[in-house]
Design a protein around this ligand. Structure first.
Ligand SMILES: [Zn+2]
Length: 448
């Protein structure tokens, strides 16, 4: 019987500049020939038949040695470093999500239905939060799923855009002399409750809260003219799924008595929870209201917008894990974390993550928010003169995806050095087999 891994890439070191690589170069063992997708088709099909991370396949680096999977904590703290690696894990965990399977691997389609000729690699710099310039590289010309729940690649870009929009709303409201408050609504839960059940009951409770006459009275009483709502989910090993809704409330004037507002809101929330079949939340934990002074401090360091728009990226406290931490753990080989991530991703598929009440954009003089999918085509915020480094041909892109080198390509591209990038890709072409078992060799027009 033939060795299914006979076409494994040879032990050829790529000689990558170590300083440019933020994690070890890894390549998956190749699947049996019968399981391999056919070469030459649309790129979205290349991962349909096997799932490297979730199936527990052993990984090797280019030298043929076992390569340690990245530590879960490192992934969670630096989600950008291993974003594509985590996406590969998510693809393995969620084979039924077809748009996710094609995300950031399949070439974009032109208006006439044909596929683009190649993948563009762009590099630019943009200011970090502390003001220092940071190098950024990104691909263009790819399909994206636009899922803020299950795709770490799309979620990061969407969250970045949403953070800007929320920040603009806060700035505009404060400039107009309005009040801005962050309300957090939650409820007690048990370990055995499925996330789908909690999601449905919470949706019922929040719907009941806002549809009642008494909530309208509360709005009139405190001059509330708009809300931005975001749903956050964490997982605890002791208490199970923890859902809470952050609500940014805009009032005509700053509220003089927050305790009174919180007390009234708690009564309505507790009633809504009871009617929706949830356990009664306590006054201490069920409703939290952060004041304008507190909010202003958060705004100054971007934390306030982070709390709302990037809810899933932040690190949860104590033994609570965010979905991305679960995915990072799954990437590190934790099967239970993978199952939990899958449960969560299926439960929230297609749900809206961030909701602005009607008329809020107009009231604050802002442009209407763009869709999740449209966020994917935007240039990174604050980017200065993005530079097109090269257009990668389809064969090279096949290799990059098949051997999960997307993170590495961007790591090399971040320096904006076209020569270095071409050298890296030519080494990859020389060292690796394609999905169809071909080896391409270096591109002569890239020889320098
Ligand atoms: Zn995606």
């Amino acid at each position: 019987m033939s060795d299914p891994f006979a076409l494994r890439p040879p032990a050829v070191p790529l000689g990558l500049p170590a300083r440019r690589l933020r994690r070890k170069s890894t390549v998956h063992h190749r699947p049996p020939v019968s399981d391999r997708p056919r070469d030459g088709g649309p790129l979205g099909s290349i991962r349909r038949t096997w799932s490297p991370a979730s199936s527990g396949q052993k990984r090797t680096n280019f030298q043929g040695e076992s390569a340690a999977r990245p530590a879960a904590s490192g992934n969670a703290q630096n989600p950008h470093v291993s974003r594509y690696g985590m996406q590969a894990t998510a693809k393995g965990l969620l084979p039924e999500m077809r748009s996710l399977q094609r995300c950031a691997t399949a070439l974009a389609r032109r208006p006439d239905g044909s596929y683009a000729n190649g993948v563009q690699v762009w590099a630019t710099t943009r200011p970090r939060r502390d003001g220092a310039p940071a190098s950024v590289a990104y691909f263009r010309g790819l399909q994206h799923c636009g899922s803020p729940w299950s795709c770490p690649v799309c979620a990061a870009r969407i969250a970045e855009r949403r953070r800007q929009e929320v920040q603009q709303a806060i700035d505009a409201a404060l400039a107009r002399g309005n009040g801005v408050y962050l309300v957090t609504l939650t409820f007690p839960h048990r370990l055995e409750q499925p996330v789908g059940e909690l999601r449905d009951k919470m949706a019922k409770a929040t719907g009941r809260l806002r549809s009642g006459r008494r909530y309208k009275e509360l709005k009139n009483c405190f001059g509330m003219f708009g809300e931005i709502r975001a749903l956050e989910v964490t997982r605890s090993g002791f208490n199970g799924w923890h859902l809470h809704q952050h609500v940014l409330i805009f009032t005509q004037h700053p509220l003089p008595d927050l305790t009174r507002f919180r007390r009234k809101l708690y009564v309505l929330w507790a009633t809504a929870c009871k009617k929706a079949g949830l356990n009664l939340p306590s006054y201490q934990h069920g409703v939290d209201v952060q004041g304008a002074t507190h909010a202003a401090a958060y705004v100054a360091k971007w934390g306030f917008a982070d709390e709302l728009g990037k809810a899933h990226w932040k690190r949860a406290a104590g033994d609570h894990y965010t979905p991305w931490e679960l995915l990072a753990r799954a990437t590190a080989g934790d099967r239970d974390a993978g199952e939990r991530f899958r449960e969560y991703a299926l439960a929230f598929k297609g749900k809206r993550q961030l909701y602005w009440t009607k008329g809020l954009c107009d009231a604050l003089g802002l442009a209407a928010e763009i869709s999740d999918q449209a966020c994917m085509d935007l240039v990174p915020a604050g980017a200065e003169q993005p530079q097109l480094l090269l257009v990668m041909d389809v064969n090279t892109w096949h290799l990059v995806c098949y051997h999960e080198k997307r993170d590495e390509v961007l790591a090399v591209a971040r320096d904006g050095d076209v020569r270095e990038l071409k050298l890296y890709l030519n080494r990859l072409r020389s060292a690796c087999f394609s999905a169809g078992g071909q080896r391409y060799g270096p591109r002569e027009d890239w020889e320098l």
